[in-house]
Design a protein around this ligand. Structure first.
Ligand SMILES: Cc1ncc(COP(=O)(O)O)c(C=O)c1O
Length: 394
């Protein structure tokens, strides 16, 4: 690492995780190790452009705010969804122009709005009348994007209880209030829920967006931005393809006018598959029954729910531990529990699993760890968060 900027390592013929582990002296390292393959982000960007050519992705920084990741996406040409002053500062600091940013948080502190105003980030979401009045007072020249609630039937993590106005009961009133205050509503947005697995959810929401557009135009707002939010899968490309087909069909039907700019706020889609987390067993316990027979093996590893594995606690992501031992498949298996390193008994990574009998120093690997992990990881109890090594194809 030079001057605080992490080095990017180049690989040929695919990223060989085993070789990286062998070269990383993990036995001397107390922290867990993350391997981030930046080329995976590039592949995701190409896939997005191929399947959703009309939609400009605005990467949701909250999903993983590592400056290396954010810069890589900025260089590829994505836009950004920022939720706070610090996220705006990070993205703007990388040289991204304010027009490429949507300030997609419907309830923002005044100081954050003032920063957005100073930096000329004009597009921002709003979902209730108090925020409309706040914008009238603090940022009247901004573009209001009315966020409404429209949730999928199936997702890993829902947001609708907290955000989004009710389309039938509130949306028209918000548009009218903005008009009366001489504010510009320029579009509408929604979020179906993170890790959405209901393909039809997008069309249901786009239909509601069409109605909001029609009403907005009827009362004189110049509506030209539709933001279809996030929710796209990070690892299931077949599901992504089905969602993309449904979205394209829906847009063709409901938003055929190419003058309407369509954006999205994917987070998980870009980063989830890019990270592999390598953890080391640093302690072990045997739990025996009254007859003294082995019941469960307990392993304590160097990352947990306060680290990158926070995603297992805060979203319904289930991680699959992979044992990194030669011949693991054919070894006898024992009922096992994996614990994180902290003193908290909630810091439990997996329910009972059947795993080989491992020892201190053996490694456990978790794939697809790029989403909602880095941004949540904290050194709780003094256990440090994993280090990350960055790689990309030559
Ligand atoms: C407003 C907003 N946009 C985008 C995202 C990113 O969602 P995802 O990672 O599911 O694509 C989130 C996630 O919470 C969000 O709250």
């Amino acid at each position: 690492m030079a001057s605080g900027v992490p080095e990017i390592h180049f690989y040929e013929h695919g990223l060989n995780i085993r070789r990286v582990i062998e070269q990383s002296n993990l036995q001397d390292l107390d922290q867990a190790l993350n391997i981030c393959d930046l080329s995976s982000l590039e592949q995701k960007f190409s896939l997005w452009q191929k399947l959703l050519p009309r939609i400009k992705p605005h990467y949701a920084v909250k999903c993983n705010d590592d400056p290396v990741v954010v810069k890589f996406l900025a260089d590829l040409g994505t836009g950004f969804d920022c939720a706070s002053k610090n996220e705006l500062r990070l993205v703007l600091g990388l040289g991204v122009s304010p027009e490429r940013i949507i300030f997609a948080h419907p309830c923002r502190p005044v100081s954050h709005l003032e920063y957005a105003k100073e930096q000329m980030v004009v597009n921002g979401t709003v979902d209730n009348e108090y925020e409309v009045y706040k914008l009238h007072k603090h940022y009247p020249n901004s573009n209001l994007i009315v966020r409404f609630k429209s949730e999928a039937k199936e997702a890993l993590h829902f947001l609708g209880e907290k955000f989004g106005c009710n389309v039938k009961a509130d949306a028209a009133a918000l548009l009218l209030l903005a008009k009366a205050l001489d504010l510009k509503v320029t579009g509408t947005s929604f979020h179906v829920g993170s890790g959405c697995s209901e393909v039809e959810a997008y069309d249901r929401a786009i239909e509601k967006a069409e109605n909001i557009f029609k009403f907005g135009e009827l009362i004189g707002h110049d509506m030209d931005l539709l933001d279809i939010g996030g929710g796209f899968p990070g690892t299931d490309d077949a599901l992504f393809e089905n969602i993309a087909d449904a979205v394209n069909t829906s847009l063709q039907l409901r938003f055929p006018d190419e003058r309407v700019q369509i954006i999205a706020e994917p987070g998980r889609f870009f980063v989830e598959a890019a990270y592999t987390l390598i953890c080391k067993i640093h302690a072990k316990r045997e739990v025996r029954n009254k007859a003294g027979k082995l019941d469960t093996l307990m392993y304590f590893i160097n990352d947990g729910i306060y680290g990158f594995l926070a995603c297992t606690f805060y979203t319904s992501v289930v991680v699959t531990p992979e044992v990194f031992l030669v011949g693991a498949n054919t070894m006898p298996k024992f009922k096992s529990v994996i614990w994180g390193p902290s003193c908290d008994a909630q810091d439990r990574i997996s329910e009972e699993q059947h795993l080989p009998n491992m020892n201190r120093g053996d490694l456990i690997v978790f794939r697809n760890m790029g989403a909602y992990a880095k941004t949540m990881a904290k050194p709780f109890n003094g256990f440090e968060v994993p280090v990350t090594l960055f790689f990309r194809a030559k």
